[in-house]
Ligand binder design. Structure first.
Ligand code: COA
Length: 377
């Protein structure tokens, strides 16, 4: 085996980036120099998007300008809604996002313009439009009218309003805003890498975001939060955790929402989401989902502690979103609606200092074969 081979590119450094820093041993996550705990406590998702895109915190005026730009971009052309209406109602919302973002690229006047100014404008539009596609899809598939945002409210408030048609209470909007902050970026995770690989061919931003959405969709990445909720639903009660886990451990199956390529301690985002899940459970009178999650952690985590496996971002977000009445198949699209801030920040960085990604593989196939006519094979 080649000594250069690294399965899954583990620990291979393929980019220099000033956006996000992770210390996997200490469980630290930093956006542009600011610790995630500091941002989750004091900032807002819109401010974090600005920070990721520009590298510094905005003035009040700049934040207001960006807020207006995002809210104005929160609408979908009729032709996109028309395409969405043609899709089977049981299409997974991540697939809808892939279709809609590709289609939005065809309508964007700057679709093929890779200048920095055009890409900054597209980043803002994509942030607004992914939220619109996700919420509109849920309304369309339920035969409901697609709503317009309220310009006086922030992104998180509008997302919940556009989804449910109900004005969210302050706690729900604030909690959701924090969840968006926690998901906004994560260094060179699989979907960000795939976005950067696409951009590195000098393909356009919409194409790179479609690549990222397709990559996030998988259950080993963003799709894990939906799988966690499937597991919690299948377990059903705290009393059933023990027998359920015994069976799962005997089958040596992976537990979704646990483990991480970089963190070998508890994911700092999971610590914040754990508190949110507990509090939301109490407030909504549904504490059982947090309690089941906690029991799964208590039983499972010690069995894998030696491998450095702990709950990740997806583990407690599942129960938190569930008690907010968010449909389970929207958990991963919500991840995308937040991560698009990070994806686009990485794309701006990639375009600014580009080199094509083209790794190598070690050839382990046949050699020296000679072609034979079909009747001799
Ligand atoms: N449950 C049980 N065992 C797990 C596990 C989990 N969730 N995650 C990793 N492991 C075990 C593997 O079985 C393997 O054990 P082995 O060495 O005895 O064969 C070891 O830990 C290393 O796992 P591996 O899958 O090779 O690590 P990775 O760095 O390639 O994978 C993930 C990282 C995230 C893909 C992996 O932890 C996983 O599949 N987690 C579940 C999906 C998930 O929650 N994804 C969201 C990530 S934010």
């Amino acid at each position: 085996m080649s000594d250069k081979f690294a399965a899954g590119l583990e620990d291979v450094v393929v980019a220099q980036s000033a956006i996000c820093f992770i210390d996997g041993k200490r469980g630290q996550l930093v956006y542009r120099g600011y610790d995630i705990d500091d941002l989750a406590t004091h900032s807002t998702f819109e401010e974090v998007a600005y920070l990721l895109w520009h590298g510094n915190l905005p003035s009040a005026a700049k934040l207001q300008t960006q807020h207006q730009e995002i809210t104005e971009a929160m609408h979908l052309p009729d032709s996109i809604l028309g395409i969405m209406k043609l899709l089977p109602k049981d299409t997974h919302p991540m697939r809808v996002l892939e279709v809609a973002v590709a289609a939005l690229g065809t309508l964007d006047a700057q679709g093929e313009d890779n200048s920095e100014a055009a890409n900054r404008a597209k980043a803002t539009r994509l942030l607004a439009q992914l939220a619109l596609v996700t919420t509109a899809w849920n309304r369309l598939r339920n035969g409901l009218e697609v709503l317009k945002p309220n310009a006086n409210q922030n992104f998180a408030w509008n997302f919940l309003y556009l989804l449910t048609g109900k004005e969210p209470d302050e706690y729900a909007a604030k909690t959701f805003d924090v969840a968006l902050i926690l998901h906004a970026d994560h260094e060179l995770n699989a979907s960000t890498f795939s976005a950067r690989v696409t951009a590195a061919t000098l393909s356009d931003m919409h194409s790179a975001i479609v690549s990222a959405i397709g990559t996030l969709k998988g259950p080993l990445h963003g799709g894990a939060n939906e799988q966690v909720m499937n597991m919690l639903s299948a377990i059903g009660s705290v009393d059933n955790v023990e027998p359920w886990m015994t069976k799962l451990l005997s089958e040596k199956k992976k537990v979704m929402g646990f483990g991480h390529r970089v963190y070998k301690t508890k994911d700092p985002r999971a610590k914040i989401l754990e508190k949110m899940s507990e509090e939301l459970g109490k407030r909504t009178g549904q504490p059982q989902w947090f309690e089941i999650s906690k029991k799964v952690e208590e039983i499972f985590q010690p069995t894998v502690a030696a491998k450095g496996i702990y709950p990740n971002v997806d583990f407690f977000s599942a129960s938190a979103y569930h008690v907010m009445d968010i449909p389970h198949d929207l958990f991963t699209p919500i991840f995308a609606c937040s991560r698009v801030a990070g994806w686009t920040a990485h794309l701006l960085e990639q375009y600014a200092n580009n080199r094509l990604f083209r790794p190598a593989s070690e050839y382990i196939g046949n050699t020296g074969l000679k072609w034979k006519p079909v009747n001799e094979r």
